[in-house]
Design a protein around this ligand. Structure first.
Ligand SMILES: [Zn+2]
Length: 272
């Protein structure tokens, strides 16, 4: 059984490698219309009959390879790791940021890179913004709320209100006590606490890293979806010791932070 599996893995790896080579040649084949000269109806027919590539594989190959043509750092990643590894970021990478993205594409899995690129777009590529929330309140409640707010601005007031919720005492136990788990999950109603994420929270994240600080402090434990938990352990969230509305995406991990060492170990444990 193991032998069969090993053989499959070996051939599979080879097949992937050769398909990668085919994909790299496609843009030039398209440019010179070699498919036409060889009697095929289209580049799709050419790639399907000669290499078993699907239409979407061809489209992706043409798009990605062309997009990295003037970005040598990313081109190298494509040549070494394949087209899919850079797919999540080709649309946002520029000549100036190509080496930055090449590094990220080398370090992260395709899925983690997708999540990072999404947060990058909302954190770095969009300006400051505010959001209007309309509420229908009982006039007495509205009045009370305005009095509580005083002359602070609404943002400051709402943040204080969120921070001021009653919390259970921190605990030193091995497992996170149920009362802390419940409080943490209830804070976002079982939804991931990463800003603007609405996926169900699947994991509890110790923002102070349990290995460095074995206390379970509900202020520093957050319910996250799997993707954002991964992002946290790529050491790419700044202000983690504060509440999620103050978290910011980092371009690079802070390697002087002791958390970084812990996260490297987490990565190593995670990779197959
Ligand atoms: Zn999330």
């Amino acid at each position: 059984m193991t032998k069969l599996h090993e053989e499959f893995v070996k051939y599979g790896a080879n097949a992937k490698r050769w398909l990668r080579q085919c994909a790299l040649l496609l843009p030039e084949i398209a440019r010179q219309e070699i498919w036409r000269k060889k009697g095929f109806g289209s580049i799709y027919e050419y790639a399907a009959k000669l290499a078993g590539m699907s239409k979407s594989q061809v489209d992706t190959a043409l798009w990605v390879v062309r997009a990295v043509e003037d970005k040598p750092e990313l081109k190298k990643v494509v040549e070494e790791k394949g087209i899919n590894c850079v797919k999540p970021i080709v649309a946002i990478a520029t000549k100036e940021t190509a080496s930055f993205w090449a590094e990220k594409a080398t370090e992260m899995s395709q899925h983690d890179l997708e999540i990072y690129a999404k947060e990058y777009k909302s954190d770095f590529l969009r300006g400051e913004k505010t959001e209007q929330i309309e509420m229908s309140l009982d006039p007495a409640v509205a009045d009370q709320l305005r009095k509580m707010k005083g002359n602070r601005d609404w943002n400051t007031f709402m943040k204080e209100l969120m921070d001021g919720q009653p919390k259970p005492e921190p605990a030193q136990t091995k497992q996170v006590p149920t009362r802390i788990k419940n409080t943490v999950r209830a804070r976002t109603n079982g939804i991931c606490s990463y800003p603007n994420c609405h996926k169900p929270a699947e994991e509890l994240h110790h923002a102070n890293r349990q290995a460095l600080n074995p206390t379970h402090n509900p202020n520093h434990i957050h319910a996250l979806c799997k993707s954002h938990h991964h992002l946290a352990h790529h050491s790419l969230i700044a202000n983690e010791e504060r509440q999620p509305h103050e978290w910011r995406l980092l371009a690079y991990p802070d390697k002087t932070n002791p958390k970084y060492q812990v996260d490297r170990l987490v990565q190593k444990y995670r990779s197959p």
